[in-house]
Write a protein that binds this ligand. Structure first.
Ligand code: ATP
Length: 469
């Protein structure tokens, strides 16, 4: 059973150092979150797995790391200045602000609200008797469009001409570098450009922990193909993303693919599907896949007045704008999903309940914990020697814990999802034959709770075997 409530995860994340409320000592800043030591390791691993799967292990995808601040014309060309907005309504009773479309969507579903016009939002909220989630009244202002881009000023002189935006998606950095990459990397269609990075949206209703925040990370790919050849690429992407999530431990039961109806489709997209996860509060988007045609490249050609066409290397007279498939992952939502999915409360034989994070071993923030049974000198020294050996001879993250009883330390490692614990006891140092032979240790498996007694000399082999399985 994964976590059944978000609170279980929020409190474990804070207690164990995965994710803290942002600006904590100043009372926080609403809906900002800081990844702690374990959360940072988990996040790095998620990004590493993503990069390994979608960039390094393929020869048709290259990486990019573009600037967050871009020429404001980029956002005019992409349509974000004109239309990247949500319908905002205020509750006249308590002044809280909400996304009118989302309030309606919760009651009527996505399909019914996809075609909604701005002026219909307030009358529908009234007609459907949708009450303010904050104060419970039904007294709404008319809806107005609210642009989600964060504005800031560049340079020392304040003024309109210096207004720039924090990027609301990583994708546009890819499109504006399309020609640079074509010219320097000799890419042939179909090929993709991948980027991981921060994006910023002044969301009207952030919430549900890291699910919807104003600052978040995306992992995006723009996959370029010949016009007319995008259908197969679209299906392949849907399948490989599904495979990526499930192979890293997300149960298929809590995943679904939802295709956007014609009404819901953005004007530039001929087909969009979302992969959704069943969060404790209901289904929510985890990943989006869109066929964007040549919308972005043609807009950037128009606004920059630069030629962004691809030249067919086999027939240089053929020049055209490729079409693009966009697989777009939310990094923080992906991490939240892995956290929810890994969470288990297990009843043990003695009736105790242990909380265990059953992360896939590629994602667990700590690989191995070395635990000396007592703080006694020769035992401590032996345990430190083993930790040093693991650090020098492997690239594993190794924890060392001497605080509390061994049972408590096992519980702590279970709660942060450490796959293997190595225990050094009096048998190891030749002082208690009942505990084990000299120079042997106990290796405990997080999931099976099986404890194997093995010679120290076999530890690396045992770990390698475990990671291979
Ligand atoms: P939503 O409908 O939830 O607002 P979206 O359709 O606007 O999402 P996209 O523009 O397709 O999202 O962005 C791609 C991915 O980025 C989403 O699938 C999601 O995982 C992530 N994402 C988008 N907005 C946020 C946010 N405010 N906080 C965290 N992740 C986000």
């Amino acid at each position: 059973m994964p976590a059944t409530s978000l609170d279980q995860i929020v409190s474990l994340c804070k207690r164990r150092g995965f994710i803290f409320p942002g600006s904590d000592i100043y009372g926080g800043l609403a809906n900002t979150w800081d990844y702690g030591p374990l959360g940072t390791e988990l996040k790095n691993r998620v990004k590493r797995e993503w990069w390994n799967t979608f960039v390094r292990s393929r020869n048709d995808i290259v990486g990019l790391d573009s600037a967050i601040l871009m020429n404001p014309k980029v956002w005019e060309a992409s349509g974000h200045v004109g239309s990247f907005s949500d319908p905002l309504v205020d509750c006249k009773e308590c002044n809280e602000r909400f996304r009118g479309d989302k309030l309606l969507e919760e009651k009527l579903g996505v399909e019914a609200t996809a075609v909604l016009q701005l002026e219909q939002v307030q009358p529908m909220l009234k007609a459907e008797k949708i009450h303010c989630p904050n104060c419970g009244k039904n007294n709404w202002t008319e809806a107005k469009q609210f642009n989600l881009m964060f504005e800031t000023q560049q340079g020392v002189v304040k003024g309109e001409s210096n207004t720039i935006y924090l990027r609301p998606e990583t994708a546009q950095g890819i499109f504006v570098n399309f020609r640079n990459i074509l010219q320097t990397q000799r890419m042939r269609l179909p090929f993709g450009i991948a980027q991981i990075g921060k994006a910023f949206r002044n969301e009207i209703t952030p919430g549900n922990f890291t699910f919807r925040t104003r600052e978040f990370e995306q992992m995006e790919i723009e996959y370029f193909a010949e016009p007319g050849c995008t259908d197969d690429a679209f299906d392949e992407w849907r399948e490989s993303v599904w495979e990526w999530y499930t192979s890293l431990g997300i149960d298929k039961k809590r995943l679904r693919v939802r295709e956007h109806s014609d009404e819901e489709l953005s004007h530039y997209s001929s087909k969009t599907v979302d992969i959704e996860y069943e969060f404790p509060w209901g289904w929510g988007e985890l990943f989006g896949l869109a066929n964007r045609g040549d919308f972005d490249l043609s807009q950037h050609e128009k606004f920059s007045k630069e030629d962004l066409k691809y030249t067919d290397p086999d027939d240089p007279t053929r020049k055209f704008l490729p079409h693009v498939i966009e697989p777009s992952f939310g990094c923080d939502r992906t991490i939240l999903t892995f956290l929810l999915e890994a969470y288990e409360e297990e009843e043990l034989e003695n009736g105790d309940v242990r909380t265990v994070m059953k992360f896939d071993k590629r994602l667990a923030p700590i690989d191995v914990a070395v635990l000396p049974l007592s703080k006694k000198e020769p035992l401590l020294e032996k345990a430190q020697e083993i930790q040093r050996m693991l650090l020098a001879e492997t690239n594993l993250v190794v924890d060392f814990d001497i605080t509390g009883s061994i049972g408590k330390r096992y519980r702590r490692q279970d709660e942060i999802g450490t796959p293997l614990c190595v225990t050094v006891d009096f048998g190891t140092i030749g002082e208690d034959a009942e505990q084990g032979e000299p120079d042997t240790i106990t290796v405990r498996d997080r999931d099976t709770l099986k404890q194997d007694r093995i010679p120290i000399a076999k530890l690396r082999e045992k770990i390698a075997e475990y990671w291979k399985a």
